[in-house]
Design a protein around this ligand. Structure first.
Ligand SMILES: Nc1ncnc2c1ncn2[C@@H]1O[C@H](COP(=O)(O)OP(=O)(O)OP(=O)(O)O)[C@@H](O)[C@H]1O
Length: 545
């Protein structure tokens, strides 16, 4: 720096350079390039991130190669290539367009990895639950995955934006007249190196502060653990799976101030649920079992998990599947709504294959699995609840009806409130899952599954992740569904519950059905030594607990 240049009038000099139109115009060029390139880069980066997560190795590898190449070569070279080499192939861009394209292509490689990291940070259970409700991959990405991934993505993207604003000076190699370049031009005339560059620094600081402020605002927006307030509602929030305002109480069925477990609240919900469970014509008319599994085989790699399983569930029947850990119970359950593919055999739900079409002897999985799952209307409840973490209890229940089945939001809200009251959580509608106990979360998960008017409910060990004192409240809800005639397939270790609620018990071990029959037969007088051993072990555990 030129020390002589720092005197009493220096501050004034600094200020006048910091407001100098010639420099400010250069700053504007930098902002324009950075803004356009960031938008382009992030959009391309999202595409690249998704390609990196593709099941197809060719696609994955192509995306990896792009990222490897672009990240590994100097940006200067990339710009020079676009500006000087492409015209040889008949492609010619102006300096500004070259800068935007060059920065965007470079940015895509970096933001792809930031976005991929964000997507991977979201628990896989979230997309499994979305799939179970028939949400298509893009809908799941938009409403479930990205809103949760944003917390991890935003800091990285903000860093990239700031680096980009500062790094636009590289564009001067192709004669783009931006801030640093202009500062150099002024210094070349007056030699006030320190003052001019300090003024440019101030302008950079102002520009990057805007980005930092925007980052803070967006981080608050996407922090779903923050308390919500009505002022946080927004258009982006409605587009992605985010309602920043508290959900308004439904007009036709106001949220009760009193205890939602009160009997006067339970009555209308019960009546309505009765219709839901048994009043549909299609369930009453078709003959034969509602679910029929024939000769089911499944292996993970070389390890067989199911070895020729046959099972059925009649309309309105409650079938409980029991068996030791690893016997293939959950795999069997997931196959019913095609969350798991079948190696051999077939499952019919109400006479239809879910997401398969039969060509001769072969079952071919359909491309549009999401629609097949949605049409099957199979409600699923998971061991770890898998509630959408960024949505309130009410929004969790409304999600599939509104976004998969096209129910009007007001109607979905009314139904969701009735279901919440039915599971005794009428005044927890606005709570996010992390503010609910395990038992409450599982009851919301049951309400969420009921909201799609399921013809069949699948329960995958619904109480095994719960503390013993919370098991009862969840089993009580399932028991009520059974009493109302809901067709259910339940995987559980709760012997007492199975005795009370099951019409039939299937006992599995090592991928085969060992025995099946009424609870009295299988649990009261088991014929097989394996079943007897299992029941002794469960009883010992229960008495020790
Ligand atoms: N996606 C998967 N990839 C590889 N192996 C798997 C997968 N899912 C399950 N398995 C394996 O298949 C076997 C059967 O699993 P499954 O979850 O169906 O058993 P389960 O009877 O429900 O057991 P648990 O009661 O412990 O849940 C287990 O050994 C499990 O490790």
């Amino acid at each position: 720096a030129d020390a002589g240049d720092v005197d009493a009038s220096w501050a004034w000099d600094l200020l006048s350079y910091a407001t100098e139109p010639f420099l400010l115009q250069g700053a504007w060029v930098a902002v324009e390039i950075a803004a356009l390139a960031m938008v382009g880069g992030v959009v391309l980066g999202l595409g690249l991130a998704l390609l990196r997560l593709s099941h197809l190795s060719v696609v994955r590898n192509a995306a990896w190669f792009y990222i490897w190449f672009v990240r590994g070569t100097p940006q200067l070279l990339q710009l020079v290539f676009i500006y000087d080499a492409l015209p040889a192939f008949g492609i010619r861009f102006g300096t500004f367009t070259t800068a935007v394209i060059g920065f965007a292509l470079n940015e895509a490689a970096f933001s792809a990895e930031i976005i991929r990291g964000g997507i991977l940070s979201v628990n896989r259970n979230q997309s499994i639950a979305a799939s179970a409700f028939g949400m298509k991959p893009l809908l799941t990405l938009r409403r479930i995955i990205l809103p949760q991934a944003m917390r991890a993505i935003l800091p990285g993207i903000a860093n990239e934006t700031i680096s980009m604003i500062k790094g636009t000076s590289i564009a001067s190699v192709i004669f783009v007249n931006e801030l640093t370049f202009r500062a150099q031009q002024i210094v070349g005339q007056n030699f006030k190196f320190f003052t001019v560059f300090a003024a440019a620094g101030l302008i950079y600081l102002a520009m990057t502060s805007v980005v930092a402020a925007l980052q803070a605002v967006l981080e608050r927006r996407f922090d779903f653990e923050l308390e919500r307030s009505p002022s946080r509602e927004g258009g982006i929030g409605r587009f992605v799976g985010f309602h920043w305002g508290s959900p308004a109480p439904p007009s036709a069925a106001p949220v009760p101030a009193a205890d939602p477990d009160a009997t006067e609240e339970a009555a209308p919900a019960d009546l309505w649920l009765g219709e839901l469970a048994s009043g549909r014509g299609d369930q009453a008319q078709k003959p034969g079992p509602f679910v029929l599994g024939r000769n089911l085989w499944k292996a993970y790699g070389a390890r067989p998990v199911l070895r020729g399983v046959d099972f059925s569930v009649a309309r309105g029947e409650v079938v409980v599947v029991m068996g030791p850990s690893g016997s293939g119970k959950s795999t069997l359950l997931r196959m019913v709504n095609h969350l798991e593919t079948i190696d051999q055999g077939a499952i019919l739900v109400d006479g239809e294959y879910v997401g398969y079409r039969q060509v001769g002897e072969t079952m071919i999985p359909m491309r549009d699995l999401a629609t097949a799952r949605a049409q099957a209307r199979i409600g699923m409840v998971f061991q770890h609840f898998n509630l959408f973490e960024h949505l309130s209890a009410l929004e969790n229940i409304m999600e599939a009806p509104v976004h998969v089945h096209g129910v009007a939001p007001a109607e979905a809200r009314r139904t969701a409130m009735r279901l919440l009251r039915m599971v005794g959580l009428g005044n927890h509608a606005d709570h996010l899952p992390h503010r609910l106990s395990g038992g409450q979360q599982q009851r919301v998960a049951i309400a969420r599954a009921l909201a799609i008017s399921p013809r069949l409910m699948l329960f995958d060990e619904p109480t095994s992740a719960l503390d013993p004192e919370l098991v009862g409240e969840v089993l009580a809800v399932i028991r009520r569904l059974a009493e109302m005639g809901m067709t259910m397939l339940v995987v559980t270790h709760e012997v007492r519950f199975a005795r009370e609620v099951a019409d039939r018990v299937i006992f599995m071990d090592e991928g085969v059905v060992v025995e099946e029959g009424t609870p009295d037969e299988v649990l009261g007088a088991p014929r097989h030594e394996r079943t007897q051993r299992f029941l002794r072990m469960v009883e010992r555990e229960a008495s020790a607990g």
